[in-house]
Design a protein around this ligand. Sequence first.
Ligand code: SF4
Length: 183
Amino acid sequence: MFTDGRSKKVALVAHCLLNQNAISDGTAIHPCAHLEVVKTLLEAGVGILQLPCPEFCCLGLDRGDPAGAQRPVTVENTRIRRQLLLPENAQKLDALAEQAAGQVAEYLRHGFTVVGIIGANRSPSCGVETTSDQGVELPGRGVFMEALCRALERQGISLPCVGVKAGAQAAARVKALLEGQIE
Ligand code: SF4
């Protein structure tokens, strides 16, 4: 099965790296996508599983506050983090994470390679090495990445995770992931 033209390799990628239109007001740095991340994956023959944008799904495009962009980014990110931790939103995050983990399990069941997860550092939701809390960027994971890792663990799956920001650094981090240099 699946001995057709596909590479049988996929990566999970934070939604906004492929669709900057979903990101919180004031933080988009590209018109549409982080092309360096997309290009690096596609040139390596790795398909992209676009994760849902948890903030969009739980709080909407304006994150529940049209004035959000007027605050410093890490202050606004901290407010967003608190909103996502409310019980009704935490439940939604878990459901989104379960769905993504289920897709990973299905690929693995069929012998595909899931090369890892590419998140967005500084995000209160999708940060991998850094996130936002207490009004600053600090080491740690975003709340959705935490939920996703828990959901994967429940399926007995562990994947390497890497966080990116932009430009050449982002491409280098993705390359490191593809070369197995990220745990
Ligand atoms: S980092 Fe995550 S929550 Fe924030 S815009 Fe991107 S996909 Fe959405």
